[in-house]
Ligand binder design. Structure first.
Ligand code: AMP
Ligand code: GLY
Length: 428
């Protein structure tokens, strides 16, 4: 099979690395990819949202399957674009159509969906510019902290959690009336604050059956001890000690099954990954958000733990035979430590020369933001690498990741040295 992966981050490198191991693979292309994906297949310098250029590539290279990494092309309708095109309509796209991608693309839609299908989630109401005063009144009925969410895609920045009522009311005005997050905040979801500890559960579905992939916990803040600005993710751990078998069973019954059944009831033929951001409050799960794709850096621990052939599983998604496919997961612990550019998630410099990539000591160095300049590797993004290691415990695995991260050098490198620390002595 000839496979095209869309995207350029650590998630896509992890996908490429795994798919490159499949016996069913002939040629692998990644658009646009990075210096890491270039080691697994051929990078093609096309944006993941340039559908016409993707069409030409698919045609020219005889692509048999497209795996979409990020949410943007899905929310913009790449799957629909394929289905509507005479030439492309029979080439499977792994990732939902526009209707299913709304689970991530519209928080207003996803909250309505959860309530309608009985999926536990925080109580909420949605507001627009016309109803801003109702929104302010609604805030008065809630206990702090107040959670305000831009309904549309806001590059992970559209959620505000505010302790003070007046400030929350001002921010609501900024979002609805002053376009704080542009179009994304034309509708704002205000919801109850959920207590507990967060984790992510991933589901692969062909629209009929599903597989629950390993759960992961990510570390969102830039600073150690979960301080400072939010980032795309600074590290991840899988499995998650506070998500034991009984908890995952509960997630399956209360969340996964009603979600899959709800999609079917709404005639949404969903084929792809569902990323469920969850709060675990004393063993009771509720959904914080859905995403229509895999997480990054969670993919860099989830995918390496899958010992079965990923391409075979994706074939199952494409042909709606996922229930017949072998799906095995290693019990070992995987951790990933994300190395970033100094200054990230604010301004940072790119183009720094990377050295120390030769000897990984058994770790996997997934590239997130790199490019080749001749045979040199240069940094080209905020998140630069995700260093994944295995071990019999979190401390063993993360110790290996840190050792490997120490050896990789570039100007102003930074990574959190406390990934997994909160979980090492987890007693529940
Ligand atoms: P989201 O983009 O919806 O995942 O929100 C970003 C982050 O804000 C989440 O990962 C949580 O840490 C936090 N968050 C969102 N909604 C809530 C909520 N209702 N209660 C508590 N924390 C929340
Ligand atoms: N790590 C969180 C995300 O991918 O959205």
């Amino acid at each position: 099979m000839n496979v095209l992966i869309l995207g350029s981050g650590g998630r896509e490198h992890a996908f490429a690395w795994k798919i490159a191991q499949s016996k069913q693979l002939e040629n692998l292309y990644i658009a646009p990819g990075n210096a890491g994906t270039a080691q697994c297949g051929t990078n093609v310098n096309i944006s993941a949202t340039d559908f016409d250029a993707i069409k030409n590539l698919v045609w020219e290279k005889g692509i048999d399957m497209v795996l979409v990494g990020p949410e943007d092309p899905l929310v913009k309708g790449i799957h629909d674009y394929f289905l509507d095109d005479e030439v492309l309509k029979d080439i499977p796209v792994i990732g939902p159509k526009k209707d299913g991608a709304q689970l991530e693309g519209s928080k207003d839609f996803s909250k309505q969906f959860m309530i309608k299908h009985g999926v536990p989630t925080a109580r909420y109401q949605s507001f627009t510019g016309k109803t801003v005063n109702d929104g302010k009144k609604f805030l008065e009925t809630l206990q702090p902290p107040f959670v305000l969410k831009a309904s549309g895609l806001a590059a992970g920045k559209g959620v505000l959690i505010i302790d003070d009522l007046k400030e929350a009311q001002t921010e609501l005005e900024n979002m609805l009336l002053n376009s704080k997050f542009g179009e994304a905040s034309e509708t704002v979801v205000i919801e109850e604050f959920l207590k507990g500890i967060e984790l992510s559960v991933f589901v692969l579905t062909d629209g009929k059956s599903y597989k629950i992939l390993p759960a992961a916990k990510d570390y969102k803040r830039i600073g150690e001890g979960d301080t400072g600005l939010n980032t795309g993710g600074m590290g991840a751990v899988s499995p998650v000690p506070f998500a034991d078998e009984a908890f995952i069973k509960k997630v399956e019954e209360k969340i996964v099954k009603p979600t899959i059944a709800g999609l079917r009831k709404e005639n949404i033929d969903y084929r792809g990954f569902i990323f469920i951001g969850l709060m675990n409050d004393n063993g009771e799960p509720s959904v914080i958000e859905y995403n229509c794709r895999m997480g990054d850096p969670e993919t860099e621990v989830v995918i390496p733990r899958i010992s079965s052939d990923l391409l075979d599983l994706l074939q199952g998604v494409a042909t709606q035979t996922l229930d017949t496919k072998k799906f095995e997961v290693t019990p070992e612990t995987a951790t990933t430590v994300v190395m970033v550019s100094g200054g990230y998630p604010e301004d940072y410099e790119k183009g720094k020369l990377v050295s120390g990539l030769e000897d990984h000591n058994g770790s996997h160095v997934f590239h997130s933001g790199t490019k080749f300049d001749g045979d040199k590797v240069l940094t080209s993004g905020g998140r630069v690498f995700a260093v994944t290691s295995f071990g019999n415990s979190i401390s063993e695995a993360v110790g290996k990741s840190f050792k490997c991260a120490e050896k990789i050098s570039y100007d102003k490198k930074y990574y959190r040295k406390d990934i997994g620390k909160d979980l090492i002595n987890w007693k529940g």
